[in-house]
Write a protein that binds this ligand. Structure first.
Ligand code: ADP
Ligand code: MG
Length: 264
C-alpha cells in the first residue's frame, strides 16, 4: 500500500478558482486481462494482458483498428463476456466472483448501455423507454433523478412521443436516459454516434459530456470518429488487444495524428 501523503509530500492544493477535484475512485478496472477465442492453430487473442483503469466521473474513449479488441474489452468490463485470464472489477466487485445470475443483476443495477442502433422499443413512449429497466426490475424510479436526467438531456417536451416520432439524435438521447435511470457506475457506449449525422452526433456528444461533468457519471465510449473521441477526457488506443497509446485531454488533430502513426 502507498504511504499516506503528508507534509511536503502532499499533492499541490487545487487553486481556488481551478476545477473541482476529481474523485480518485475507480469505476471499473481490468488487470492482466486476456481473452482468447478458439484453441490451437486457430486461436485468436482478442485481449492480450491488458491493464485499464476507468476513473469514476470521467469520460474515456477507446479507439483502434477493426479487430483490435475494442468490443471484447467493453464486453468483458461489462460482464457480457468472460476473460480467459486476468481480472475485471466494477467498483470493487470482481466479476469472476459472481454467479451468472449475480452478474446479470450487476449489469442491470450498476451498469448502463448505449448502442449504435438506439434499441428502443417502438410501442413505448420516450418516458416508458427511459423507465423500462426500472420497471422490468420492479423498482421504483427516483422521480428527482428522472427529472434531472430528462432535463439534462433536454427531453422534457418529448416524453409522450414514440421513437418513430423522434429524430435519430432524440432517440439516442432517450437511450442515454434509459442507460442513466439506474444511476449506473459506468455507462458503456458502443459507437453511440455511428448512426447519427454530424450535427446530431455533436449534440449527443455534448450531452454525454455534460452527463459526466454535471451529473458525475462515468462513460466509456468506443468510437471510430476522432472528432467524437475529442469529447472524452482520455483516449485509449488499442492494437492487437493491447493498449499502445493513451492521450489525455485529446483534440481531434492529435487523435488523427496518433491514428495515422498506428495505421488505424
Ligand atoms: P473490435 O471491436 O476492435 O473490432 P473485437 O473485440 O470485436 O474487435 O475482436 C477482436 C478479435 O477477436 C478479432 O480478431 C475478432 O475476430 C475476434 N473475436 C471477437 N469475438 C469473437 C468470437 N466470439 N469468436 C471468435 N473470435 C472472436
Ligand atoms: Mg467492435
Amino acid at each position: 500500500m502507498a504511504p499516506l501523503r503528508t507534509g511536503s509530500n502532499a499533492p499541490p492544493a487545487v487553486p481556488e478558482n481551478g476545477p473541482a477535484p476529481r474523485s480518485s475512485a475507480l469505476a471499473a478496472r481490468a488487470t492482466h486481462a486476456s481473452r482468447t477465442y478458439g484453441a490451437g492453430d486457430t486461436a485468436v487473442t482478442a485481449l492480450d494482458n491488458l491493464d485499464l483503469d476507468l476513473p469514476a466521473g470521467r469520460f474515456t474513449a477507446i479507439m483502434g483498428p477493426s479487430g483490435s479488441g475494442k468490443s471484447t474489452l467493453m464486453h468483458c468490463l461489462a460482464g457480457l463476456d468472460t476473460l480467459t485470464s486476468g481480472r475485471v472489477f466494477v467498483g470493487t466487485t470482481d466479476l469472476a466472483s459472481l454467479s451468472d445470475r449475480d452478474r446479470t443483476i450487476l449489469r442491470r443495477d450498476r451498469l448502463g448501455f448505449v448502442f449504435q442502433s438506439f434499441n428502443l422499443l417502438p410501442t413505448l413512449t420516450a418516458e416508458e423507454n427511459i423507465t423500462l429497466p426500472a420497471d422490468l426490475a420492479g423498482r421504483a424510479v427516483d422521480p428527482a433523478w428522472f427529472d434531472t436526467v430528462v432535463a439534462k438531456l433536454n427531453l422534457g417536451d418529448r416524453l409522450r412521443h414514440r421513437p418513430a416520432e423522434l429524430s435519430g439524435g432524440q432517440q439516442q438521447r432517450v437511450a442515454v436516459g434509459r442507460a442513466l435511470i439506474s444511476k449506473p457506475e459506468v455507462v458503456f457506449a458502443d459507437e453511440p454516434t455511428g448512426a447519427l449525422d454530424s450535427k446530431a452526433s455533436a449534440e449527443l456528444l455534448t450531452f454525454l459530456r455534460s452527463v459526466v461533468d454535471d451529473l458525475g457519471q462515468t462513460v466509456l465510449m468506443v468510437t471510430h470518429d476522432p472528432g467524437a473521441a475529442a469529447y472524452a477526457d482520455r483516449v485509449v488506443f488499442l492494437v492487437d488487444g493491447r493498449i499502445v497509446r493513451e492521450l489525455a485531454d485529446p483534440t481531434k488533430d492529435r487523435v488523427l495524428d496518433i491514428m495515422g502513426r498506428l495505421g488505424g
